[in-house]
Design a protein around this ligand. Structure first.
Ligand code: CA
Length: 398
């Protein structure tokens, strides 16, 4: 799983819009203890001592990285505002130009990996504005800072070791190993383990350069989606309109059943001939509704955020010439902050619903549980978690 770039946040920090307050009391001045602890595992992975020392040379823990862990822009922001900030007229126009500029490469990637160019463009645009936004952080400093703080331990410790292998393999020199604050690299923001699993040398020069080589970038991203089971020709999802008397408890159906229930595509198009999808209201029933397909899950593998996946999906549609989202996003759309989502998940588990993870992600199974609770309280059972639902369920903020 990728921990994505949070490019906007990186930008904000780069512009000085984010206070770089150092948590001095719990932050050591060097990585000596981490290096001592890490070296046996690095050696076991075949990292030479020279490369190990090169990765750490001159590094100190970066308090800005620790500050960044406390904020994730996909959370809390209204979904519509987030989607509109990503799927801008400029982003669409640039994407269309990039499609022309790199058309031969897109054709080659489509042929080899059966992934449409539009979704590759959308991810590329989303992550780094088609390569225009350059990574600014020293990857080893970021990963070492996160590993040292035991943030999401042992995830970043492992990523740090893999980053050393990438450097040792000679794909890119040490001084050009830059990343997002969280260690995501290159034009479509692969974490080091993603690089190992999915990055390919698509232009055949012997190196996998996802930082500077667009052919490698697009080939690697196509490979990633292909290995994630992207289905060629299947939309990620589409906006739908439900009939006036619709029973919002219904969330899963085949396309033919959705049709028989009076659900229609907002753009007037036809449903796919086979298969089915999940009905989803990212801002509740008063906002846009979408039926999403297994390709939506592939986008969420890239970044486990609905706002992210809808933005990438919608940008994909707009690059292809599709129409804007029809239903207005709600004026007020306070998405539950992470701590309240976690409280809700705990409450659902307490009530006997099968909840397995408590990291704050509200997946489609959880939305079905929410529908059941909403129905109990006479609320519209749209599966969207709100403060009003928490109040009805007796969930108290800590
Ligand atoms: Ca290459």
């Amino acid at each position: 799983m990728i921990l994505r770039a949070f490019t906007a946040l990186v930008f904000l920090i780069a512009l000085g819009g984010f206070p770089a307050r150092a948590p001095a009391q719990d932050s050591p001045a060097n990585f000596n203890a981490l290096m001592t602890e890490l070296w046996p595992d690095a050696r076991a992975k075949g990292i030479t001592r020279a490369n190990f020392d090169l990765a750490f040379a001159g590094l100190t823990p970066d308090p800005r990285v620790l500050a960044a862990t406390r904020r994730q822009p996909e959370y809390g922001k209204p979904v519509g505002a987030y989607v509109n900030s990503i799927v801008s007229a400029g982003q669409i126009a640039t994407g269309k130009r990039k499609e022309i500029e790199w058309r031969d490469t897109f054709i080659a990637v489509e042929k080899k990996f059966a992934v449409e160019r539009w979704v590759l463009l959308a991810i590329w645009g989303m992550e780094t504005s088609y390569g225009a936004l350059k990574d600014k952080w020293d990857m080893f400093r970021s990963l070492a800072t996160l590993a040292n703080a035991r943030y999401r331990h042992p995830y970043f410790r492992n990523e740090l070791l893999v980053a050393m292998q990438i450097m040792q393999d000679g794909h890119i020199p040490r001084d050009r190993m830059v990343s997002s604050w969280a260690g995501a690299m290159g034009q479509t923001q692969f974490m080091p383990t993603n690089f190992m699993d999915y990055a390919i040398d698509f232009d055949g020069d012997g190196r996998r350069d996802i930082w500077n080589n667009v052919r490698d970038v697009l080939g690697s991203t196509g490979n990633y989606l292909h290995k994630g089971n992207w289905k060629y020709g299947l939309p990620w999802g589409f906006e739908v309109l439900v009939p006036r008397d619709f029973d919002f408890r219904k969330s899963r159906a085949s396309f033919s059943e959705w049709k028989s229930l009076g659900v229609k595509r907002a753009d007037g198009g036809a449903f796919p001939a086979s298969g089915g999808g999940i009905l989803f209201f990212p801002s509740g029933a008063s906002g846009p509704g979408f039926i999403v397909t297994p390709n939506y899950d592939v986008l969420k593998e890239y970044n486990n955020s609905d706002a992210y996946a809808i933005s990438v999906g919608h940008l994909t549609d707009r690059l292809r010439g599709g129409s804007p989202i029809v239903t207005p996003w709600p004026q007020a759309d306070p998405q539950l902050p992470r701590d309240q989502r976690i409280l809700l998940l705990r409450k659902l588990a307490e009530l006997g619903y099968p909840v397995k993870k408590f990291e704050g992600h509200i997946d489609f199974d959880i939305r079905d549980h929410i529908r059941s609770e909403q129905a109990k309280f006479g609320m519209v059972p749209d599966g969207h978690p709100t403060a009003a639902l928490l109040a009805n369920m007796g969930v108290k903020a800590l």
